[in-house]
Write a protein that binds this ligand. Structure first.
Ligand code: ADP
Ligand code: ZN
Length: 747
C-alpha cells in the first residue's frame, strides 16, 4: 500500500498488563533495525511504555497506528527460538505472554544495555625495574612505594578501586606513577563471573565402561545428526552419568554447538561445579539465583555472544540464550525443584527442556538413579530412548541395606527413641575405624511441635495453618511457612488455657545432634539444615569441613540427600524413612522412594563397602522395601499400576486451580463460582474435582482453596481457563493461581 505512513509495522506486547499484542509503526530511521524479541518504547495513552516486539510485518491490523519511540536494546533479547518457547509456555501454562517474558529475560537484563566498565591498573615496566624504584623511593615517596608493593603481587593487574583499598591510598600516588610510566590505567569491561581469578587443572575424559559406552553411542547417534531425541539414563548413583554428560558436551563443543545442563539446585552442586570447571574451564557459564545483577548480566552476554558455550544452572537456565544449541541435559531429572510452584507460569524446566530440544533440534538427556514415573513411562512406551547403568563406575559396590523395625526398638527401649541399637553400634564402629556417618532426618528444629496434654492441640502459627517448631538453641517456637516467632514458648495452653500441660513432641535434627552427643560424648558432629545454613557460603563450608574429616557424623535434612560424594562415608542412617508416606498426595510414594534411594546412595562411595540402615514403622511397606533394594524397576511396576487404576499422571494431566484471600468466606465462594462457570464451558473429557482447602489451608493470613482438573489436553484446558478468567469477575482481594502439571495435589 503506497499510502501507508510507515515502511513496516511491529506487533508488541507491553511489559505491564494486557496480554493482547498491539501494533505500532516502524519509523523510517528505524527501518530494518527492528526484529522480533527486541525491546522498544511505545506510546500508550500519552505515556512511554516498555514492550517486546513479537513480529514485524508489512501491514498493520488497525487503520491508524502510532510509531515506535525508540529501541531499548541493540539486538533481540529473546532469540526467535526462545520466543517460540515463550509462546508455547503462555498457551500451555495459561499465563499472559508478558509474564512469561519476564521470566525468560530477567529484570537486570531489561535495564542495562551496556556491560559495566571499570578502571583497571597494570604494570608498565618489568617487576625488576619496579622493585628497584621501590627501594630507592620508599623513604621520600612512601605512598607510591606501597602502591607498587601491591602491584608487584598482582598477577596481571588490579581494579583501581581494589588497588586504592589495598594500598590504603588516594588516587594521587597512582596518577603520579602513571605519569612516570610505571603503571597504566585502562577502561576495561569487567567480567563479574564468579569463575574469575580461579585456576583449574584440566582433567581428561575417562575411558567409558561398556554400559556407559552403549548409552553414549545412542546419544551421539542423535547428536551427530543434529536431531531432536530424548534420552533417559537410569543409573544408580556413582554409575558414571556425569562422565557421560561431560563427554556429550565435549562432542557438542567439537561440533561448534552449545549445551545447557540443568541441576536441581546450584547451591547443592558445589562438587559438580568443580568437576565441570576442571573439564571445561572458562567455556562454562554458571547461573544461579545468588548472582548479583551485574554477574547475571555478564553471564547472559557471555552466553548470548557464544563466548561461553556451556551453561550450568538451576531451572531458569533453561531460558539461556545459547546460540546454536545442540544439547540439553537435565541431571536428577526427577527433582521437584525443576518445577516452579510459587509463581505463574508454573513451568516444569525438565518438560521445557524437551520442548526446547524439539524447537532447536537438540539432543536431550535426562538422567537419574530414580527417574520420575512420567519420564520412565515415556521411555517404556518408546518416546524416550532408555539407557541403564547397573554398576558403579569405580571399584565401589552397592551398599548393604538393613531395614530396622522401630516398633520393636520402642519396645526394647520402653519408649520412643530416634536411634535403633543397630544404628548406634554402627556409628560407634565407624567412629573407631575413622570412617564417617551420615544421618538423615527430614525435620529441622529441636521438637516438631508443642502439644497440650489436656486438649491435645498443638501450638499453631497465628497466621498459618501449621504447628510451630521448637528451636532450643534460640528458645523459640517458629513457623516454617511464614517465619513467625513466639518467644519464649508458652507454658499455658493457648487453646484451653490449662496451665503447665505443654509437652514437646517430635524430634528434629537439632535434638538428634544433642542426643547423639549425650550418648557418645566424644563424637564430632556437623549439622546441615536450613537453620545452620542461613549465611551465604555456610552450606559449602560445612560440607567442606565434613569432607576434610572435621566430623564423624553429618546430620541433616534433604539438603544432604543429593549429589554429594564423600568417599569416607560408610554408614548412612535414615531415621524416619516413612513420614512422607502419610501425606495424602499421589506422589507420596514416589517422593519417598526417591529420597530413601538418594540418601542411601551416599554410602560406600569409596574403597570401603557401605552400609545403610533404614529405620521405619512400616517395614513391610512396598515402597520402603523397594527403596532398600534400590529396586527402581520393582517400584515403578507397582506405582504405574496404581497410577493407571486411580487415573493419575502419566495417564492423565492435572491442573490445580488455587484461590487465596484474607476473607475465608469470599474466597470459597469465588472458587465455587469459578468452578461452576468452568464446568459449563469445559468439554466432558475433563474431570473437575470439588473445591477443597489446600494442604496448608492458611498461609500468611490468607485462606487457600483449590480444585483439581484431570484431562489429556492442557492447551484446551488452558484456553477454557483463560476465557473463564475473563468472564468471572474475581474480587481484587482474591488471588487466582493456576498450576498446570502440579508437583503436588495436596500443598
Ligand atoms: P553419577 O553421575 O552417576 O553419580 P559419576 O559420573 O559422578 O556418576 O561417576 C562416579 C565416579 O566414578 C566419579 O568419581 C567418576 O570420576 C568415576 N567414573 C565415572 N566414569 C568412569 C570411568 N569410565 N572410568 C573410571 N572412573 C569413572
Ligand atoms: Zn506462619
Amino acid at each position: 500500500m503506497a499510502d501507508q505512513p510507515f515502511p513496516a509495522y511491529a506487533s508488541v506486547v507491553l511489559d505491564l498488563a494486557l496480554n493482547k499484542p498491539l501494533d505500532y509503526g516502524i519509523p523510517v530511521e528505524l527501518a530494518g533495525k527492528v526484529v522480533p524479541g527486541m525491546r522498544v518504547n511505545v506510546p500508550v495513552r500519552g505515556q512511554q511504555r516498555a514492550a517486546t516486539v513479537i513480529t514485524v510485518k508489512d501491514t498493520p491490523d488497525y487503520p491508524s497506528v502510532k510509531p515506535i519511540t525508540k529501541l531499548l536494546t541493540a539486538e533481540a533479547l529473546v532469540t526467535p527460538e526462545l520466543f517460540e518457547l515463550a509462546l508455547w509456555m503462555a498457551k500451555y501454562y495459561c499465563t499472559p505472554l508478558n509474564q512469561v517474558l519476564k521470566i525468560i529475560v530477567p529484570a537486570s537484563l531489561r535495564k542495562q544495555t551496556k556491560p559495566k566498565e571499570q578502571l583497571f591498573v597494570m604494570r608498565a615496566k618489568t617487576r625488576e625495574e619496579i622493585r628497584t624504584f621501590c627501594q630507592q623511593n620508599r623513604a621520600n615517596h612512601a605512598a607510591q612505594a606501597l602502591v607498587l608493593d601491591v602491584m608487584l603481587k598482582a598477577k596481571k593487574g588490579i581494579l583501581l578501586t581494589a588497588l586504592m583499598e589495598r594500598a590504603k591510598c588516594s588516587r594521587s600516588p597512582i596518577d603520579s606513577l602513571v605519569k612516570q610510566g610505571f603503571l597504566t590505567v585502562e577502561n576495561v569491561r569487567i567480567d563479574r563471573s564468579p569463575l574469575q581469578d580461579e585456576e583449574y587443572f584440566l582433567t581428561q575424559p575417562k575411558q567409558l565402561n561398556r554400559e556407559q559406552e552403549e548409552a553414549f553411542a545412542k546419544i551421539t547417534g542423535s547428536l551427530d545428526k543434529g536431531q531432536f531425541a530424548t534420552h533417559l539414563i537410569q543409573g544408580v548413583t556413582g554409575s558414571g552419568k556425569t562422565e557421560i554428560y561431560m563427554q556429550a558436551i565435549d562432542r557438542a563443543l567439537a561440533q561448534g554447538k552449545g549445551s545447557i545442563m540443568l541441576v536441581p539446585e546450584i547451591s547443592l552442586t558445589t562438587q559438580m561445579i568443580e568437576r565441570f570447571k576442571t573439564r571445561f574451564k572458562d567455556k562454562i557459564a554458571i547461573l544461579h539465583h545468588r548472582l548479583s545483577d551485574g554477574e547475571r548480566f555478564d553471564g547472559w552476554h557471555k552466553i548470548r555472544s557464544g563466548e561461553a558455550k556451556i551453561v550450568l544452572g538451576a531451572r531458569s537456565a533453561i531460558f539461556s540464550p545459547v546460540p546454536n544449541l545442540g544439547l540439553i541435559i537435565v541431571d536428577e531429572e526427577h527433582e521437584h525443584t525443576y518445577k516452579q510452584s510459587e509463581e505463574m507460569p508454573c513451568y516444569q524446566a525438565r518438560d521445557l527442556a524437551v520442548v526446547r530440544g524439539k524447537l532447536s533440534h537438540s539432543t536431550v538427556i535426562l538422567g537419574s538413579a530414580t527417574p520420575s514415573v512420567e519420564s520412565f513411562f515415556n521411555a517404556a512406551i518408546g518416546k524416550y530412548t532408555l539407557s541403564t547403568l547397573h554398576n558403579r563406575a569405580e571399584a565401589s559396590s552397592i551398599p548393604h541395606v538393613t531395614i530396622v523395625d522401630m516398633r520393636k526398638e520402642y519396645e526394647k527401649a520402653k519408649g520412643l527413641t530416634p536411634f535403633s541399637e543397630a544404628l548406634l553400634q554402627g556409628i560407634k564402629k565407624r567412629q573407631a575405624a575413622g570412617e564417617q556417618v551420615i544421618l538423615f532426618l527430614n525435620r529441622r528444629g529441636y521438637n516438631t511441635s508443642l502439644v497440650c496434654k489436656q486438649c491435645g492441640q498443638a501450638v499453631k502459627c497465628p497466621h498459618c495453618d501449621v504447628a510451630l517448631t521448637f528451636h532450643k538453641g534460640d528458645n523459640i517456637l517458629s513457623c516454617h511457612l511464614c517465619g513467625f516467632i513466639m518467644a519464649p514458648p508458652p507454658s499455658e495452653c493457648p487453646s484451653c488455657h490449662a496451665p503447665a500441660t505443654m509437652k514437646f513432641r517430635g524430634i528434629g535434627t537439632e535434638q538428634i545432634e544433642t542426643m547423639l552427643r549425650a550418648i557418645l560424648p566424644d563424637i564430632r558432629t556437623l549439622r546441615v539444615d536450613a537453620d545452620t545454613t542461613k549465611h551465604k557460603g555456610s552450606h559449602q563450608r560445612l560440607l567442606r569441613e565434613f569432607g576434610t574429616g572435621k566430623a564423624d557424623v553429618l546430620i541433616g535434612t534433604q539438603m544432604i540427600a543429593k549429589g554429594l560424594h564423600f568417599p569416607e562415608v560408610t554408614l548412612v542412617g535414615v531415621l524416619n524413612s516413612d513420614t512422607g508416606l502419610n501425606i495424602p498426595d499421589f506422589r507420596a510414594s514416589e517422593t519417598t522412594f526417591q529420597l530413601i534411594t538418594q540418601v542411601a546412595g551416599r554410602s560406600g562411595r569409596g574403597i570401603h563397602k557401605g552400609e545403610v540402615i533404614i529405620q521405619t514403622n512400616m517395614p513391610d511397606n512396598s515402597t520402603v522395601q523397594h527403596a532398600s533394594r534400590q529396586d527402581f524397576r520393582g517400584f515403578y511396576a507397582d506405582e504405574i499400576g496404581l497410577r493407571e487404576m486411580f487415573h493419575y499422571p502419566p495417564y492423565t494431566h492435572l491442573a490445580k486451580v488455587v484461590f487465596s484471600g484474607k476473607d475465608q468466606e469470599l474466597t470459597v465462594r469465588q472458587a465455587e463460582e469459578f468452578r461452576t462457570v468452568l464446568l459449563q464451558q469445559l468439554p466432558d473429557e475433563y474431570e473437575v474435582h470439588p473445591v477443597l482447602p489446600a494442604g496448608h489451608a492458611k498461609v500468611k493470613d490468607k485462606y487457600r482453596y483449590q480444585f483439581l482438573i484431570k484431562g489429556k489436553n492442557m492447551f484446551g484446558l488452558s484456553r477454557s481457563l483463560e476465557s473463564v478468567k475473563n468472564s468471572v469477575k474475581l474480587s481484587s482481594t482474591v488471588k487466582l493461581f493456576i498450576d498446570i502439571d502440579p508437583s503436588s495435589t495436596y500443598f
